[in-house]
Design a protein around this ligand. Structure first.
Ligand SMILES: Cc1ncc(COP(=O)(O)O)c(C=O)c1O
Length: 398
């Protein structure tokens, strides 16, 4: 391949062979724009709009409070959780949706600490490269439980694992570099010392195979608005391994996590299953959008999502090598797609100016100070032709 036109022709061939090529029809994308930020806020699906409009115009307007019992609102956190479960490899009944990731992480980490801390297990390990909210929350949980808070890179954790550690927490995908961590190996190493594992799947679900059950993960959380396309402020979700859920005692025991919310009992009795992680009333409007968006994601095999996501990213790397390398550009993400999540950090000293120019040309990318252009390869709506266009525009704005 020698020219940008050749690259366009290869993109057309790859689009023809893409098993997800027709999934784009589910999305209501703005004209004249190519959206590379599905890792930040996934775009609107026709299904999400229809679901929210129906909730407004029928379920809320006509059904009013009766819809809690006549409709599906009461079951929505569990049924949405089950759809998430299909994406992250969790069995039916082991995921519940609700809260934000920060709050979900607080509840899950606190539950893990309550289960596992002891006079000799007094350490909470947190990935030092984790997303800031995770680090803030983990430190607070450690303080509240009188645990020692230790931050360390997730790759160094297995060497630190010992019988004094109660809980470890990390993100499956590094939000900056998109490094994919070996959840199975780290979890197995933690379990050798009976440490409970809490993984944040925010940048993973919908872009990589999480396989939480097969990887023997104890707990996981994640957000709904990235590759799951749940909408701005979409609910988060919480997973607990079925072998452990019966021991969960979480710190916000609200009525929606009660075994019988409408019995209005004096004392809290947790629901038998994962619903015990719920606290208050379901956020119906945002949950409806997310439920419908997940209905789209779950129509497609996770293997296809992963293959297309890697394919789009690898195609970008190919374009980088052919047309961008040699100048001030460099890659801040791994070249090997199998070790990468859904996005790529492209580094350039003039990244801020170039990001603005790309956006003015309708290529929606992210600038992260000081020198990162972040582009995500969301597999359900992006085309290889879009990636070719991005490479072409980058050669113009550089
Ligand atoms: C790894 C990770 N965790 C958590 C969050 C956000 O948490 P919340 O849903 O509370 O806003 C993000 C947001 O980008 C994230 O990347």
């Amino acid at each position: 391949m020698t020219t940008l036109d050749d690259f366009d022709r290869r993109a057309a061939q790859l689009d023809e062979g893409n098993p997800l090529a027709t999934a784009r029809r589910h999305f209501d994308l703005p004209d004249g724009e190519i959206y590379f930020l599905g890792n930040s806020l996934g775009p609107l699906t026709h299904a999400a709009r229809a679901a929210v409009v129906n909730t407004l115009d029928d379920e809320w307007r006509n059904g009013l409070v009766r819809t809690w019992h006549d409709g599906d609102w009461l079951d929505l956190a569990a049924s949405t959780g089950n759809l998430v479960g299909r994406v992250i490899g969790a069995p039916e009944g082991s995921v519940v949706a609700g809260d934000s990731t920060s709050v979900a992480l607080f509840k899950v980490l606190s539950a893990a600490a309550r289960i596992n801390q002891s006079p000799t297990r007094r350490v909470l390990l947190c990935d030092s490269r984790n997303f800031p909210t995770d680090r803030y929350v983990a430190r607070s949980v450690a303080d509240l439980h009188g645990l020692e808070f230790v931050e360390i890179e997730v790759t160094d954790m297995p060497a630190r694992f010992a019988d004094d550690v109660a809980v470890m927490t990390a993100s499956m995908i590094d939000y900056r570099s998109a490094d994919l961590h070996d959840v199975r190996a780290v979890t197995a190493a933690a379990h050798e010392h009976c440490i409970l594992t809490v993984w944040d799947l925010a940048h993973a679900a919908g872009a990589v195979k999480c396989d939480v059950f097969a990887n023997d993960v104890d707990f996981a959380v994640g957000c709904g608005y990235k590759y799951l396309n749940g909408g701005p402020g979409a609910p988060a979700y919480m997973y607990a391994a079925p072998r452990i859920i019966g021991s969960v005692d979480q710190p916000i025991p609200g009525w929606f996590g009660h075994a019988e919310p409408f019995a209005f009992e004096d004392a809290y009795r947790p629901a038998a299953g994962i619903s015990r992680f719920s606290s208050g009333t379901t956020h119906v409007l945002s949950m409806k959008a997310m439920h419908a968006a997940l209905g789209v994601v779950t129509q497609y095999p996770i293997d296809d999502l992963r293959t297309t996501c890697i394919g789009l990213g690898d195609f970008f790397v190919e374009g980088f090598d052919a047309f961008l390398d040699g100048g001030d550009f460099s890659l801040g993400s791994r070249r090997d797609g199998a070790q990468r999540g859904g996005h790529i950090a492209l580094l350039h000293p003039d990244a801020e100016r170039m990001s603005k120019e790309l956006i003015s040309r309708g290529l929606i990318v992210d600038f992260r100070p000081p020198n990162v252009i972040r582009v995500a390869f969301s597999p359900l709506f992006l085309r290889f032709a879009d990636v070719a266009q991005l490479i072409r525009e980058l050669t113009l704005v550089k």
